[in-house]
Design a protein around this ligand. Sequence first.
Ligand code: PHE
Ligand code: NA
Length: 453
Amino acid sequence: MGHRNKMNQTLERWSSRRAFILAVTGAAVGLGNIWRFPYITGENGGAAFLLLYVVFVVLLGLPVMMAEIMIGRAGRRSPMQSLGYLASRAGRNTGWRWLGLFGAFTVFCILSFYSVVSGWSIDFMVHAFRGSFSGQTAPQIGAYFNDFLANPARMTFNHTLFLVMTMAVVACGVSKGLERLNNLLMPLLYLLLIVLAGHAVSMDGFGPAMAWLFTPDFSAVTPMVFIHAMGHAFFTLAVGACALMAYGAYMPDHQSLPGAAAAVAVLDVLVALLAGIAIFSVVFTQGMDPGEGPALVFITLPVAFADLPMGAFWLGLFFLLLLLATWTSSINLAEPMVSTLVGWGLKRPVAALVVGICVWLVGLLCVASFSTLSDFHVIGSMNFFDVVSTIPPEIFLPLGGLLIAIFAAWVMPQQEALRALDAGPNGFRVWRAVVRWVSIPLVVLLLISPLFH
Ligand code: PHE
Ligand code: NA
């Protein structure tokens, strides 16, 4: 163990502060912003949900994100090893390292559905560029999507392709090539979102969409809405699964962490808002249902572009960029599992292959959840896809985030926490007070709240 710890300390570093922010933004901005945010907001009544989600990003997501990256940075090992190492340095129980394994399990569940949904964007990208959606109406596009979901072979093909893309990159290590690709393409994604949201302004549904997104109706807020909003705050920031802990281990010295984390959170919320404006304007223009669920984006976006000049091109480009956004997130999702296996002595490519095969197999159950297994209810009325796309984000991530926060603010050597946060003694005291007296109690309260109903 000691020998291996020493070896792992010579980890790669991000080349600059900018590269670090880009990598974390790449992890954060993904399906959560463009696919999950609109449909979950639609299912939870709009503005009140949006407000809760933003509050939770500030009070929970952001402080816990700092805690998580801080642990990785102070440990400079795989999440499991960093936790064990820091616990032993503080003279605490090294059983804390199992938190790293829990994180790996969480990202495993998430990646299995993430890969399937990202596969949808591969299919839609190809068909958009071919012009298949041009001139089509909302019901026609809806039918196309339903046919696609009912076809396990097509879905499996795209799921496989996406997972191969992901694991190939992870097998090589998080390369500078990807850093640069991110660098080039993330701004393009923002640009396209602004164009889309700008286009939405001229639509009839823009006014109703803005009213629906920004006029909260608190009568719609049930305890479950709180849970959904908390889960989404963690999910969208990629917090609570030790995935950012893995990235934190590569963070260079002499860079303040809070500023970088805040920049990522602001970008992430902005992307979700722009996507929401663009999508709900179409929904209200076409008289569609905001509570449509996971299909929402895959129907509204093609509808929005169907009658635009060069619509096929822009739509294809949009799905390409969605694909790249999900690619950079899925690499982050795979990293804690792969780095854990590498920490156990496996070669990186072998570790990536093992993880890839396991995720692929579980992904097949997600694929089948839209056809043969659609009525196979795992919990209540939820089928397998519903379970893995709901329970890990809404329960595992908050629970993991809670333990990460406790570890950072109470367990690990506080001198090392102070150094890893790199925000001076006062900055550290503010961060720690927020984590100890706001974030931790709030997560506990929210996690136990359903028990009282
Ligand atoms: N943040 C990613 C998204 O919004 C999902 C993710 C969750 C990535 C957890 C890594 C870890 O799509
Ligand atoms: Na996100």
